[in-house]
Design a protein around this ligand. Sequence first.
Ligand code: CMP
Length: 141
Amino acid sequence: MGNKSLAIIKPDAMRANHFGKIIDRILTAGFKITELKIARLTLAQAETFYAVHRERPFYGELTSFMSSGPIMPIALEKDDAVTAFRDLIGATNPAEATEGTIRKEFATSVGQNAIHGSDSDENAEKEVAFFFPTRDIQDNL
Ligand code: CMP
């Protein structure tokens, strides 16, 4: 069981100015934020990040949405971070998300669902490295 996960506050939640409330939820749930930035993916970068989904019918919709505006990638640490964070954000489809989860409150559809969380320890490592390949200032937070 790993202690890292990658969150991405998606363009819908950024446009709606929900990122402050979402970060508060993440901190209140006991996660440590070790990296955070505002970024914007090109379509090609979104296609690379979501390459695992390239055969899915929603791949085009997903990658064009994720490159449609600013996003906020956040590297997180907590014991059993992947599972704990997926519990905090709730089901992919907000209609199925449990009361009190981030997607229940902020997501509007299965595609525009406010936030991403890594689905395995292996992907967490890859996804953190995708957005934060080097640390800019210090490595001893
Ligand atoms: P995310 O956790 O970022 O990883 C893959 C994304 O695909 C997922 O969130 C959803 O937002 C998106 N997704 C899954 N199913 C659909 C769908 N049927 N239509 C559009 N997007 C989808």
